[in-house]
Unconditional design. Sequence first.
Length: 396
Amino acid sequence: MTFRTSRRAALLGGLAAPFVSRLAVAQSGPIRLGTLTPQTGAGGPYGPAMVKVAHALVAEINAAGGVAGRRIELVNEDDETNPDAGVRAARKLIDVDKVSAIIGTWASAVTTAVAPLAWENKVMLFTVSGADSITRLPHQGYIIRTQPNTYLQSTTVGKYLASNGAKTVFALSAQTPFAADSYNRIAEVLAQNGAKAVGDVIYDASKTSFRSEVDQALKTKPDALFLNSYTPDLAVILRELFRAGYEGKKLTYGYAANAKLLETVGADVAEGLISFAPSPDLGSPAYAKVKAILGADPDPYSCQVHDHISLVALAIGKAGAATGLAIHDNVRGVGDAAGTKVTSAVDGLKLLAAGQEVNFEGASGPCKFTSAGDIEGCRFRFDVADKGKYRLLGLI
């Protein structure tokens, strides 16, 4: 070997050692995941519980040895229920924190804004948003949605209203990506069941009064109103309906008809308000775990975030790698109908490590997804405001 060759080899060796060391650290260091949830804004009542459940489950997985010996590290960001804030937070999670998955986006507008960043950077996005438009995006498989889509939810609303005596229905909807899709599908279902939609108004939720919108609705003399609203604007609308003496049916989403709404408007104004929401699997051990973490009946979004964390951990365990691409390629495989049913990520990771297949069913129910990333099916619960409290009407 010449002096020049030996010197070159020595230099390359000196460079290679740090490179190998960094590679080893990258393969054995913590697995970084990000939560992007609404800690403030219209979704603020739900974000803190979602993050609490995520941290509790990550702690459980880490205490059991992590995923293939690697700990999960959770980075939390507030999307403020605002698309611009959501994009800024997502950029930080992707560019600075180097997460392989973003978990828990709530508002459809936020998810729509963030989604391109996810698929362009090969980061998996797990969402509880419902707008049909989300999974119609060219996301290349980088979106998994545990929330039933608008089509499925609106079908359920239309059938419920028609089967409970509504003949004429008017919709008052906040301006969201799913407002028009919701009304159109409800109108179709009502028509199929001998009822009809008599009109809709899409309003700016930031307004402080909706008197003109309410007047427009009541001119059609509807026997039911579908209130596609968030909690703050729903409170205003309910007060105006109460002052107008409206006595017909009022139906809204469960995320809007929460405890804060009852505190804000009072029992008389909220009386008779029917709400519906995707129902968690109330008999599942995973649901019981989420309930123990929160100390109260969990909302569907906290249950879904439990399942997001579980799905990510199991997909990584199945793949043997923690990249967004590895999660993308393996997330559907952990709901294998031929595998052993598990409701715990820890139990599932043990089976995967032993070379077995798993069929994960979580706090929100079975986690089976279409090719577009939509959940295949879901139960719904209906509640009614009764003397200042919500009372379960039934499950569908």
